[in-house]
Design a protein around this ligand. Structure first.
Ligand code: MIC
Ligand code: SF4
Length: 640
């Protein structure tokens, strides 16, 4: 059979399973990455596994999310991560070096390799032809232990690109266009594989923008072929030896095909508060912009910022707006400096922030009350910017630069400043010496912990029968930012589950925690696509800590569902969506789980005797994990 590139890479890494979409496959993982916000928990779990050294080809621990170091918590976390990396054979990227996905693309990602990362935007490396997926920290810890990674075999969508981008349209507009078609749940259970004649015109950083934001489609991952563009990028990074040409077979079969004519694309923007609320920038003409933020793992490459510098050269940003810039890596920053492009942005009034996630995760740089912020980021969920009523629009760097220049959205038809096609610089200074490569032997290295780093206490097993009150009823597309908010203050508690649990659902319902504690245990009632967004396992761990045993929803996002299973929470799907309307907060459901098994529906009874029918798509393995009280218990049981 003629194969897609996705299926070829999965086949080459298959350890167990049947490659029929919807079935479970276990694949060998070559590389892992973590970032600080999810990393401390991942490494606490790694330590609980008790191995002396990681078993992957490469594992990297990046510090990029919370670099503010307000108080001892962050610096303690960073010190812990540095010491764990040295002890167990992991490369450590210190704070300020850059954003994990940009750095991984530049320094480590390899075509054809598998990568999992404890961050949902790990698919950025799909821009170089790596099969890269976001996962919970525990899954990453197990991959470091050499365990295969289990996923539902995805469908593969062919995204055929034709023509070339023209005018002021950019790679960001390709993925915004696709989000407009597929919506934030249209990619669930699928990989977006890019092909067609338009691919050759896109450089690796442009491809990475597209694969990065495939996360917002809910896709398992996104991938581009590895071709001459890939070779050129790897050569520039001093890594041509990592190049292998890779592509789908001619005539490969796909589950769905979507054609995008790049020539027809115009600058687009996603309106507040969802990445799929996409409109042409022209429709926003006149809307005042209070803040512009350029950076994030989606759009912080050299070519992104080169375009910004071209728009701003010799100009000054409008007096009513503020321009924040976070380059993706020190390498990008050095290239901008070497070519005088940084001067152009700073002279126009831009503010230089650290090479880190920064405002994207509400780590500073919040907009004014009710303020409009045009951002080159990938998520505009309500409150994520740190300003609850901030109005975040997601745009390309070029659109962002014009917003800064005019202090408002303007119709691209009037953008007279031309921007050259994004290009790679002629040379790129290596920053590899900034990484701490682990010593050959780590047994003598001491792991350094601070008082905010609290080991995980084990969870109990799933009882056969339970009376569970509905602790909260939420709507469709609930994100992990709703469940477990980020921002500087809360992210500092990522290594301390009892402390971070105090913030569960606080932006949705400030009484949730007290109610959950009073009930002792309960369930969450959700709508469609429950748990979309981040890979943060805290969105499962912290509710579990508060006694949540079941999430009953219309449907789930992939990574969050896996995180629920990993921590022993049962994800059940309402068989009849109408039951969602009849159930409310405070209703008590009686569950008898003695017959819980793969492929078997179950039912619960309400206090007044009504039956609520439920299904699930859990495999036998997943059920065993949930019954054991989570994956750590399950693995420990197996080792006994
Ligand atoms: C995000 O963009 O939401 C994050 C912060 O990078 C998360 C990870 C986290 O919550 O720590 C992600 O996307 O996985
Ligand atoms: Fe960092 Fe934002 Fe990218 Fe998440 S989406 S990794 S917070 S830059």
């Amino acid at each position: 059979m003629k194969q897609s590139l996705t299926r070829k890479i999965i086949a080459a890494h298959l350890v167990e399973g049947d490659m029929t979409p919807g079935r479970e496959v276990a694949i060998r993982i070559d590389q892992t990455l973590t970032q600080d916000a999810t990393g401390t928990m991942a490494y606490l779990q790694w330590e609980a596994i008790g191995l002396p050294r990681v078993k992957t080809e490469l594992s990297v621990s990046y510090v990029d999310h919370n670099t503010l170091q307000m108080g001892f918590r962050n610096p303690d976390d960073h010190r812990y991560l540095r010491s764990v990396a040295a002890k167990y054979g992991i490369v450590f990227s210190p704070p300020g070096t850059g954003i994990c996905h940009q750095l991984h693309l530049e320094n480590f990602a390899v075509p054809g390799k598998t990568l999992i990362g404890s961050d949902s935007h790990t698919p950025s490396a799909g821009g170089i032809g790596s099969l890269a997926m976001g996962a919970g920290g525990l899954s990453v810890a197990l991959a470091m232990a050499g365990e295969p990674y289990t996923i539902t075999m995805p469908k593969v969508f062919k995204i055929r690109l034709e023509g070339e981008l023209t005018g002021h349209a950019a790679a960001k507009d390709v993925i915004l266009h696709l989000l407009g078609i597929l919506t934030v749940k249209g990619g669930v259970g699928a990989v977006m594989e890019y092909c067609g004649p338009g691919v050759a015109s896109l450089s690796v950083p442009e491809r990475a923008t597209i694969t990065n934001m495939g996360a917002e489609l809910g896709a398992t991952t996104s991938i581009f072929p590895s071709d001459e563009q890939t070779r050129a990028f790897l050569a520039l990074m001093g890594r041509e030896a990592d190049f292998t040409p890779l592509a789908a077979d001619d005539g490969a079969e796909y589950d769905r095909e979507i054609v995008i004519d790049l020539n027809a694309l115009v600058p687009l923007a996603a309106r507040p508060h969802m990445p799929d609320l996409v409109v042409p920038v022209a429709e926003l003409d006149g809307l005042v912009v209070d803040q512009v933020a350029i950076g994030s793992c989606t759009n912080s490459s050299y070519s992104d910022l080169q375009g910004v510098a071209q728009v701003l050269a010799g100009e000054h940003i409008a007096p009513n707006t503020d321009l924040l810039l976070s380059p993706g890596s020190k390498q990008v920053l050095k290239m901008l400096m070497a070519e005088g492009l940084l001067d152009q942005i700073l002279d126009a009034g831009g503010r230089l922030l650290e090479c880190s996630c920064g405002p994207c995760i509400g780590m500073g740089g919040s907009p004014t009350s009710g303020g409009v912020s045009a951002r080159t980021f990938n998520r505009n969920f309500e409150g994520r910017s740190g300003t609850q009523d901030g109005q975040v629009y997601l745009v390309s760097p070029i659109t962002a630069a014009f917003c800064a220049l005019h202090g408002r959205f303007t119709d691209p038809a009037g953008w007279t400043k031309a921007v050259s096609k994004p290009s790679l610089p002629s040379s790129a200074p290596s920053i590899r010496h900034l990484f701490a490569f682990p010593p050959a032997e780590g047994s003598e290295v001491e792991v350094l912990r601070g008082p905010n780093i609290v080991a995980l206490s084990p969870f109990d097993r799933l009882p056969d029968t339970m009376e569970l009150p509905v602790l909260i009823k939420v709507g469709d597309n609930i994100t992990t930012d709703h469940i477990m908010p980020a921002g500087a203050a809360i992210t500092a508690l990522r290594s301390n589950i009892p402390a971070i649990s105090r913030h569960v659902f606080e932006r949705v319902d400030k009484d949730f925690v007290a109610r959950a504690e009073a009930a002792g245990q309960g369930l969450i009632l959700g709508g469609d696509n429950y748990g979309q967004g981040s890979s943060r396992e805290h969105a499962a761990l912290a509710p579990r800590h508060l006694g949540v045993r079941i999430v009953l929803a219309k449907s789930f996002a992939r990574i969050h569902k896996a995180n629920l299973v990993n921590f022993g929470i049962l994800p059940l799907v309402l068989a009849d969506a109408a039951d969602y309307d009849t159930l409310g907060q405070g209703d008590v459901l009686h569950f008898d789980l003695t017959t819980l098994a793969a492929g078997t529906p179950i039912a619960a009874k309400t206090a007044d005797g009504r039956r609520i029918e439920m299904g699930h798509d859990l495999t036998g393995n997943e059920i065993a994990i949930i019954k054991a009280g989570g994956l750590l218990n399950y693995v420990n049981d197996r080792q006994k």
